[in-house]
Design a protein around this ligand. Structure first.
Ligand SMILES: [Zn+2]
Length: 279
């Protein structure tokens, strides 16, 4: 476990370079779902951090089988009160090229999420009117303004959870008409689980494809033309979100959040029906 190390910020980030450059140490964090082995701790600049290497525990599974609760419990058990999710997402707006980078400002949940609540744990609906922590998001925006590439702020992430697949043209047209920016499968359960645990949460995303590129590629297949790969290499995409994270940590200002830590709708007095009906 962590010993005396108290991470200030947790980051879900797949960046071998960062782990090596800052000499982060791999540790295992225990949770009620079992151990999480993909945890790395150490200081990045002057900030004690916990890096969780992605969302898959051991093996790659469809997003509906990712144990988001376990990852958030690992963050909670580490003592970190702030969490940043980094995402590789699909593009929606044909004007935005692949490789575009976003700081998330809002979220739309589309579809159903299978959930099996542990009934030994009391349940309440997460208060998600403002899904991301404002202070943490502001610090990410400030860091992203120092990048040598453009970053779109206040982006809306559509979380699609149906059978795992890439979006249809009709879906993308609809999302674009609504003015939403990027689509993925993981931000909603993650941000929601963080909120349920009163953890400040913010997200940044990089767009791996763009809709017109997908159309071009299919057209090429139909015409039997050689078309170059329309998806940018995930590694080169992730370099941009990692650069923002490193700048964010360099400039990081610690704070106590008055909002996220109090955002809860717990009803401790819940009864199935009023006591007097038991008579
Ligand atoms: Zn907060």
């Amino acid at each position: 476990m962590l010993g005396d190390f108290k991470p200030e910020v947790a980051i879900i980030l797949r960046s071998d370079e960062t782990i090596k450059e800052f000499n982060l140490k791999r540790v295992t964090i225990n949770t009620s779902f079992g151990p999480v082995h993909r945890c790395y701790i150490g200081n990045i600049y002057d900030v004690p951090v916990l890096v969780i290497y992605g969302r898959f525990n051991g093996e790659k599974v469809p997003s509906s089988q990712i144990n988001f609760e376990q990852t958030i419990e690992a963050v909670k058990n580490s003592g970190a009160k702030k969490l940043i999710g980094t995402f590789v997402v699909g593009g929606i707006n044909p004007e935005m090229p692949q490789g575009s980078v976003y700081v998330l400002g809002n979220m739309v949940g589309c579809g159903n999420y299978p959930i099996h609540w542990n009934q030994n744990v009391s349940f309440h609906n997460a208060e998600m009117y403002e899904p991301f922590c404002q202070t943490l998001t502001d610090q990410l925006c400030k860091a992203s303004r120092k990048m040598d590439f453009p970053v779109k702020e206040n982006a809306t992430y559509v979380c699609f959870y149906g059978y795992p697949r890439i979006e249809t043209k009709a879906e993308l047209d609809f999302y674009n008409k609504m003015g939403w920016d990027v689509v993925g499968q993981t931000c909603d359960p993650e941000a929601t689980c963080a909120r349920l645990n009163q953890i400040c949460y913010a997200g940044i995303a990089v767009q791996i494809d763009d809709p017109s590129g997908r159309a071009d590629y299919i057209k090429g297949l139909k015409n039997k033309e050689e078309k170059s790969q329309y998806v940018e290499d995930i590694k080169s995409c992730r370099k941009r979100t990692t650069a923002i994270i490193l700048q964010f940590l360099k400039d990081y200002k610690s704070y106590d959040c008055d909002v996220c830590s109090k955002m809860s709708r717990k009803n401790k007095n819940f009864r199935e029906f009023p006591d007097y009906f038991y008579e």
